[in-house]
Design a protein around this ligand. Structure first.
Ligand SMILES: Cc1ncc(COP(=O)(O)O)c(C=O)c1O
Length: 389
């Protein structure tokens, strides 16, 4: 009988370390407040400092972050129409809020070099649909072609949202991804660059949007808003301080996180720079060791890829997945492939052919990258890949 392979290279290792769990249990033994409180505010402040943005709003997942971004934008009254361009290679909850809020999503093909929005297709869609907004994803940490996208948005008065859930710490011309749009989202789910078990963050430099996000996060009330904003709302609607406790200005959600999660987030932030450096180092090591790429997703000039996992696009995908499994290495499809190939999309909008996203759908996959991978592990995985490609 063949013995089980002793090697096990998972996609994710423990982002939350033993030391962090011990620190958390010590903190719990001090019987602190657990629901959203001062630690959440501290985490949001430190996150903004690290990210280089004005405001951050901590929520319970990256998906909730996207949901709130869409709804805040809708309530802000800034959308000139209902058309929003969404990326083919994305995630269901990048796109779902557009459907849930009655907007009209239009899917854009992906760029073979970056897996982000394809600039030629984007230009064509903008001409055809005059969209009010665009949401993009920096897939697996590869920054989109931001100069071109920013120029289109400026020229055509389009609001940009950034789903940065896979790209914490990636740089485009020295600027962190998540600092280009009116709002950006991050995921802190297990397996992402940093983890609060479940969690998400929204970043913005816009005070009005931040106030909307804060209110929508908790029921639509004013309790967490800055005092000046609370007074303004209370006097506008004639609300006294007692009634204000349960007055709802917007049809909100409850997508708050907790101070327990914020405690973990503050610990995690301490190692954010190391995580980014290690993930980029692993990416570069894969890049120089793997041979015979059919399509190569690139670290474009002027960018730093804080890589989520390493992408491969090959017609030998089935053979490679099987060989990696035999060698004890985890792999996954290249995220959603084309979002237009999923039942929730084509049942509503019919089949949409997208030349490159379809290739990604049929032939794309990814192999492990996490900040604890060793160079020996990278070499081992790369050698398995080279034995098939
Ligand atoms: C691009 C993108 N957006 C959103 C999400 C959703 O994040 P969460 O799992 O925290 O809800 C993910 C999840 O992996 C993602 O990859």
């Amino acid at each position: 009988m063949a013995s089980a392979n002793p090697v096990n290279i998972p996609l994710v290792k423990d982002t939350i370390s033993r030391e962090e769990i011990i620190a958390l249990s010590d903190w719990l033994r001090s019987f602190p407040r657990l629901t959203k409180g001062d630690l959440t505010l501290e985490f949001e402040k430190k996150w903004s400092e690290w990210q280089g943005c004005k405001y951050s709003v901590f929520v319970n997942s990256g998906s909730s972050a996207n949901l709130l971004m869409f709804y805040a934008l809708l309530l802000s009254g800034r959308l000139k129409n209902k058309n929003i361009i969404v990326p083919a290679v994305s995630w269901v909850t990048t796109v779902a809020p557009a459907i849930q809020f009655g907007l009209d999503p239009i899917v854009c093909d992906c760029d073979p070099e970056t897996l982000g929005l394809d600039i030629a297709h984007l230009g064509k869609l903008v001409d055809e649909h005059d969209p009010a907004a665009i949401i993009l994803v920096h897939v697996l940490g590869f920054p989109n072609k931001m100069d071109e996208i920013a120029a289109i948005c400026k020229d055509r008065d389009i609001i940009l949202l950034e789903d940065s859930c896979e790209s914490l710490g990636s740089l485009y011309k020295g600027v962190k991804t998540g600092n280009f749009g009116s709002m950006s989202s991050f995921s802190l789910y297990f397996g992402h660059h940093l983890s609060t078990i479940e969690g998400g963050m929204i970043c913005t430099d816009d005070g009005e949007l931040r106030d909307l996000l804060i209110s929508l996060r908790s029921h639509g009330w004013d309790r967490d808003l800055p005092p000046a904003r609370q007074s303004e709302l209370r006097s506008r609607y004639g609300i006294d301080d007692f009634r204000a406790l349960y007055t709802f200005y917007h049809p909100g959600f409850n997508v708050r996180s907790t101070d327990l999660q914020a405690f973990l987030g503050l610990e995690q932030l301490k190692k954010a720079d190391t995580v980014v450096e290690n993930r980029n180092g692993n990416f570069l090591a894969y890049d120089s060791t793997i041979k015979n790429f059919q399509y190569k997703v690139r670290q474009a000039e002027g960018t730093l890829v804080s890589n989520f996992c390493y992408p491969l696009i090959t017609e030998k995908r089935d053979e490679l997945v099987a060989e990696l499994a035999r060698a004890g290495v985890d792999s996954r499809p290249l995220v959603c492939g084309s979002i237009a190939r999923h039942p929730f999309w084509y049942e509503r909008y019919g089949r949409t052919e997208l030349p490159f996203a379809d290739i990604v759908h049929d032939h794309g996959m990814y192999i492990p990258n996490n900040h604890e991978m060793t160079s020996a592990e990278i070499e081992y995985v790369a050698n398995v890949v080279n034995s098939v490609l």
